[in-house]
Design a protein around this ligand. Structure first.
Ligand SMILES: [Zn+2]
Length: 348
């Protein structure tokens, strides 16, 4: 792998925001900050199209984010009212969050994959208290004490703040060409991080816009959800295998920095999850009949497990659950226990 986004990489080392960059005569990256988050920013990509600009992702919805996005557009000689279309890699708040505001200011269309669109529409329609109750039941079903689940999920206002976002005007399925005149930007469905995650391959230049599917340093969060995903880690690993052989001249991720060496990075991410699966299997051998909640405590994390709480703990437990489901679908573990869901190694 080689780092091509050197200004982005340097900014990460110095814990600053990278500059707006012109990547091609008709393509720019605009960093939009994510407040209080170690990822620090999402890279919004801006494409020149006849009579305006089209965006890939929009950024975390906040006044600071809006100022960065509109300021970035001004820096490249455009205005937010010039935006014609918005492509969305996936429904997370750091990607879709500002889309509603961009659409309101410009009249642009917003496009995403049907699987994520369906979730956004259902989130917008649901009752906040009912959504919180469902999330609590989901965590209790993974072995959480009810009091921990209630504390971790938090109040309905917090959940609504980050799940009410723009429903799309257009849908993009795998293989569809995006409506960006002058570009040959094709959607690549890469489920795993979310059910409808899209990468985009630009067939004229060979650029590969990887969203959160392939990031150069961190591995994207793969988790089960209250809404149910059969086996998101299996989906993610096959989505990785599916993009591995693409002849990408450069990878432009939504976080961190641009790089070359897509296949190498895919192999690293795959190895990371295989190691994690092995670690989890060993934990199940050492602690049979454990719940996902308890097994999470037996894995190594970037910080001491006892310091985990709230969203961090939900991420860790649902990620553990995603690994459990893949071990189960490989026939390596089986559910045990009747009332409390626990796991044990399969008899081979
Ligand atoms: Zn993201």
């Amino acid at each position: 792998m080689a780092i091509t986004g050197t200004a982005q990489h340097q900014a990460w080392r110095h814990k600053t925001l990278p500059p707006v960059e012109q990547l091609r005569p008709d393509l720019w990256s605009i960093p939009v900050p994510i407040p209080h988050n170690p990822l620090r920013y999402v890279s919004v990509h801006a494409f020149a199209v006849p009579g305006g600009i089209s965006l890939l992702d929009t950024g975390w919805e906040s006044e600071e984010g809006w100022a960065a996005l509109t300021g970035g557009l001004a820096a490249i000689g455009a205005d937010v009212t010039d935006v014609r279309g918005v492509l969305i890699t996936h429904l997370h708040f750091d990607h879709l969050g500002l889309a509603a505001r961009v659409r309101k200011a410009s009249g642009a269309w917003v496009a995403m994959h049907p699987a994520d669109a369906e979730l956004v529409v259902s989130w917008n329609a649901r009752d906040g208290a009912a959504a919180v109750a469902a999330e609590i039941e989901f965590l209790v079903g993974l072995g959480a004490h009810r009091a921990d689940a209630v504390a971790d999920v938090g109040p309905p206002e917090a959940m609504e703040r980050f799940t009410r976002m723009a429903a799309p005007d257009r849908l993009l399925a795998d293989g569809d060409l995006a409506d960006l005149p002058g570009w040959a930007l094709r959607a690549v469905h890469t489920p795993g991080h979310t059910p409808g995650h899209l990468c985009f391959t630009e067939e004229r230049t060979g650029l590969f816009f990887s969203g959160d599917h392939v990031l150069p340093r961190i591995s994207p969060h793969i988790s089960t959800r209250a809404e149910g995903d059969d086996d998101p880690l299996r989906a993610f690993l096959s989505s990785l295998a599916a993009v591995r052989g693409r002849p990408a001249t450069e990878v432009l991720p939504a976080h961190e920095w641009r790089f070359t060496g897509l296949a190498e990075r895919v192999d690293e991410l795959t190895d990371h999850h295989e190691q994690r699966l092995a670690e989890l299997l060993a934990a199940i051998h050492a602690h049979p009949h454990s719940t996902p909640w308890d097994l999470a405590a037996h894995l190594t994390w970037s910080r001491p497990w006892s310091s985990y709480e709230r969203r961090m703990r939900i991420f860790a437990v649902t990620e553990t659950d995603a690994h459990l489901r893949l071990l189960a679908s490989r026939g390596l573990v089986v559910p045990s226990g009747t009332t409390v869901p626990t796991w044990t190694a399969a008899v081979r």
